[in-house]
Write a new protein. Structure first.
Lengths: 302, 230
């Protein structure tokens, strides 16, 4: 059985990561600065750990070319093999993997056929990553797919294509290790979730499936009145004070929550000075989901 | 089993792709033009020793190391030699084979450039009646020196976080290689100077200087391969 082991692995941002990934989907929540990119690089054998061990099926991917052939990877920043066109660059990559399939087939499957004749130098960072994702997902028989933020490439690559490919891979015994900086992405990727924060591994979330949710930060001089309006509103799960003139409004659907806040404010002639989405801290991944209580600040009308 | 020959071919392909630009042939043409101009002036002032002076100082003593450095920098894409193979190694190519392919490309390119520079020097500053001999000896020294310099800079590219060893190898070759002490012996510059009739390092004969150059190249190639992970 496939198994990817991190044994006290240290490298750049990562601080002694110890984890085991077995076949199936594993989502790691965190930003690039938290070490998600480093985690993927180590898993894919693109860098050796500065301390500790990383091994896939008993061998270190960095020093085993045969093992790397069975890994499909997508990094935070990608560089295609040097060639004039995408087609030639991909031909080199597929040849290195021992894959005899035509380049057009690989790109067409990901809906990127229009990039075939493009000059590599003219590709944007996102397009280069999309091509790298197409190479990774087109692997005929991988043992590991290590992908950094695969859903950040939607809509350049269709979401259904990515999710279907990952689901199929996980079902057929492949270790799918994907990172996500948004809880929504993590929940769409499914599987078990863990997190990285400032290089520290947070395994507590490993057994829990993430609950999707959105939070809006609302700034208004009439915060107390708005709380009253939103208290019984549909689509709103919780309203929390974040300051004298700031509220955090939680719900499951961003559009509906925003609409509800605006319509409630308009109905009561409440002036809203700012409204923006609040991205949850990574601790949210390792603790219980947000409660629906509505604590009132001292001295508030509630 | 990973196909090593396939890895070498892939390494050569990416090496050629990295070298392909307008600036590479332009630099060579400019260098050849400079050598031609220096040859014309040298022949006017000292017809008998013009070729030796031209080959030992500007051509193989200055232009060749600088060209070899630039080729190595370009082939490695400004990185460490082993990391410059990552774009293929990540897909399963043997890093050592790719590195060998990159070294081979750099060696061929540098050797051909050196031969062209030597030919430019010979055709402008050769002594009358000895053209064939001058071409044969100068080109053979230039070819070997080109290969050795490429391997020298290749090995140095494995030092430093971003291959900064290359720069130090160029500086050391210029400073240490200019002398004739034991420190000069491992530098290609000292052996090339010996082959061109200059002062030998450690009193090594010209015949042994050929072997010394080959040994320097072999050690550098071995160092490059053994210091690179599969």
């Amino acid at each position: 059985m496939n198994a990817l082991h991190f044994e006290l692995a240290k490298h750049v941002e990562l601080v002694s990561v110890s984890a085991v990934f077995t076949p199936g989907t594993h989502v790691v929540l965190g930003h690039e600065r938290d070490g998600t990119h480093t985690l993927v690089s180590l898993a894919a054998g693109m860098a050796p750990p500065s301390a500790g061990r990383v091994h896939l099926n008993g061998a270190a991917p960095f020093s085993n070319a045969l093992l790397r052939r069975d890994i499909g990877a997508l990094c935070a920043t990608e560089a295609l093999p040097p060639a004039r066109t995408v087609e030639r660059a991909l031909a080199l990559a597929l040849r290195a993997r021992g894959d005899a399939r035509p380049v057009t087939r690989v790109l067409s499957a990901a809906g990127l056929a229009h990039l075939t004749e493009r000059c590599c130098a003219t590709l944007s960072t996102r397009e280069t990553r999309a091509v790298a994702l197409a190479i990774a997902l087109a692997h005929p028989k991988p043992s590991l797919l290590a992908l950094h933020e695969p859903l950040s490439l939607v809509p350049l690559v269709r979401e259904e294509f990515i999710l279907d490919a990952l689901h199929e891979a996980a079902e057929s015994g492949v270790i799918v290790l994907a990172t996500a900086s948004r809880l929504e992405d993590a929940s769409r990727l499914g599987g078990t979730a863990s997190a990285l924060e400032r290089g520290i591994w947070l395994p507590a979330a490993g057994a829990r499936t993430l609950t999707p949710g959105v939070t809006l930060r609302v700034q208004t001089p009439h915060a107390a009145r708005l709380v009253t309006c939103l208290a019984e509103a549909a689509d709103i799960d919780a309203v929390t004070w974040a300051g004298t003139q700031e509220l955090l409004v939680r719900g499951s659907n961003l559009e509906r929550v925003a609409q509800r806040v605006v319509s409630s404010a308009r109905a009561d002639a409440i002036h809203i000075t700012a409204l923006r989405q609040e991205f949850p801290a990574l601790e949210a991944a390792s603790t219980t989901p947000a409660t629906t209580s509505q604590p009132a600040p001292p001295g508030s009308p509630q | 089993m990973i196909d090593a020959r396939g890895g070498i071919t892939l390494g050569m392909k990416i090496g050629i792709a990295r070298l392909r630009s307008v600036s590479a042939p332009l630099t060579l043409v400019l260098a050849c033009t400079g050598v031609f101009a220096l040859g014309v002036f040298g022949r006017r002032s000292d017809p008998s020793g013009a070729l030796d002076n031209l080959l030992s100082t500007p051509v193989l003593g200055f232009l060749l190391p600088v060209l070899a450095y630039l080729v190595s920098e370009r082939v490695c894409a400004g990185q460490r030699l082993d990391r410059s193979a990552d774009s293929l190694a990540r897909h399963g190519a043997d890093r050592r084979a790719v590195v060998l392919g990159l070294l081979l490309t750099a060696a061929l390119c540098t050797a051909l450039s050196a031969a062209l520079l030597a030919l430019s020097a010979v055709f402008t500053a050769h002594t009358p009646g000895s053209l064939a001999f001058d071409v044969r000896s100068s080109v053979s020294i230039a070819l070997l020196a080109g290969v050795v310099y490429a391997l020298w800079f290749g090995a140095a590219s494995l030092l430093g976080k971003r291959g900064g060893g290359r720069k130090w190898a160029l500086i050391l070759d210029f400073i240490l290689g200019a002398g004739n002490s034991a420190l000069a012996a491992p530098c290609p510059r000292a052996q090339v100077r010996n082959l061109l009739g200059g002062e030998p390092a450690l009193g090594i004969s010209q015949a042994h200087a050929w072997l010394a150059l080959i040994a320097i190249g072999a050690v550098c190639a071995l160092f490059s391969v053994t210091r690179t992970s599969e």
